[in-house]
Write a protein that binds this ligand. Structure first.
Ligand code: ISE
Length: 340
């Protein structure tokens, strides 16, 4: 580790919305790391980002940034289709990686990454499923692990976005949005998802062209649990994510909007967070801090390449279920020893 200023030198790949937010987070919020390099195919943008951070070098190629002697670790926040190449470049230098979800966009490429990491002989990647670092989800996970209410039978999820960016498609509702419920289901229940169904009610009148919004997604797990998710990505009123676990001896629910509750003028209520960056801000901070701490100890923790691959396999089944209206079984390989 170059340990310039006693800190971990991170190359942030991708300077779009998430990448820029991570540059800010590493520079101003968390400790133990600094942004040593930034990468973007847009040379002007990457230079602007680098100029605002002391000691940061701009690059347009991930491999070039990884060869910089000040770079000890890599945070990948570029579009999903470019992740495989960046991950393989990082493996070639045996660099630790925090990779934003998705690991890669499809199971075949995720499997190639999984195999490449196994060839290294040790884990190198933490996948950015940030909900695992959210305080409420962590409490729910701990209750379920303790068996506080007995065996979980079902999960009911809601995932609502105020709106979608231009070009958002039905498949993206699975790959970009439902992928979080896929990971949360596998993590909370500690079970693989075995089959997916997608039901589509008459869409919202104002839904963008071609988008079937909202949708109801149903997962079956290997232990016979059922998990439903209302996915509504143009609800118009804000960002809402919730999860209720129905167990043999009780239920536990998280995600009801917290914050300040007001009683005034004959009404009660509070406000709804506008988007995921605000709602999960602390989870993102905790995720990156935990990655930096583990990396500095020479360890790797958190969601693995196996979790990224399993999510990609469920997404592929989900997209088929969405297109056909059929129940689609998930095709998942054997979990390799490195990820057990
Ligand atoms: C986005 O990519 C996210 O990760 C958000 O958490 C999710 O709510 C949104 O639907 C996705 O597009």
């Amino acid at each position: 580790m170059s340990q310039q200023h006693g800190t971990l030198g991170v190359a942030v790949i991708g300077t779009g919305r998430m990448g820029a937010d991570h540059v800010r987070r590493i520079s101003d919020v968390i400790s133990g790391a600094r942004v040593a390099a930034v990468v973007d195919i847009d040379a002007d943008r990457v230079k602007r980002v680098a100029d605002a951070v002391e000691g940061c070098t701009p690059y347009t190629e991930p491999a070039a940034a990884m060869a910089d002697p000040d770079v000890d670790a890599v945070l990948i926040a570029s579009p999903g289709a470019s992740h495989e190449d960046a991950l393989l470049d990082a493996f070639a230098r045996d660099l630790p990686v925090l990779c934003e979800k998705p690991l890669t966009p499809d199971p075949a490429s995720a499997l190639r990454v999984l195999e490449a990491e196994q060839r290294l002989g040790h884990r190198r990647v933490q996948v950015g499923f940030m909900r695992r670092y959210d305080a409420d989800y962590l409490k729910l996970k701990s209750l379920l692990d303790q068996g506080a209410y007995g065996r979980p039978l079902m999960l009911h999820n809601k995932h609502r976005n105020a709106g979608t960016p231009p070009g958002f498609t039905n498949a993206m509702m699975i790959h970009d949005s439902a992928v979080h419920e896929i990971d949360v289901t596998r993590w909370l229940l500690d079970e693989e998802i075995t089959a997916v169904r997608v039901l589509r009610p008459t869409p919202l009148g104002t839904a963008p062209d071609g988008l079937s919004d909202p949708q109801l997604i149903l997962f079956e797990t290997a232990a016979g649990q059922l998990v439903d998710t209302e996915l509504f990505v143009n609800c118009g009123f804000g960002y809402q994510v919730s999860c209720e676990a129905v167990c043999e001896g009780g239920t536990a629910r998280i995600g009801d909007d917290h914050g300040v509750f007001v009683n005034a003028a004959g009404k009660w209520g509070g406000s709804i967070t506008p988007g995921f960056v605000e709602r999960f801000e602390e989870a993102y901070d905790r995720q990156v801090q935990r990655w930096v701490n583990a990396t500095r100890r020479g360890e790797v923790e958190g969601p693995s390449c196996w979790d990224g691959y399993a999510a990609a396999a469920v997404c592929a089944a989900g997209v088929r279920a969405q297109a056909t209206g059929e129940r689609v079984e998930v095709e998942l390989g054997e979990r390799p020893a490195l990820y057990r």
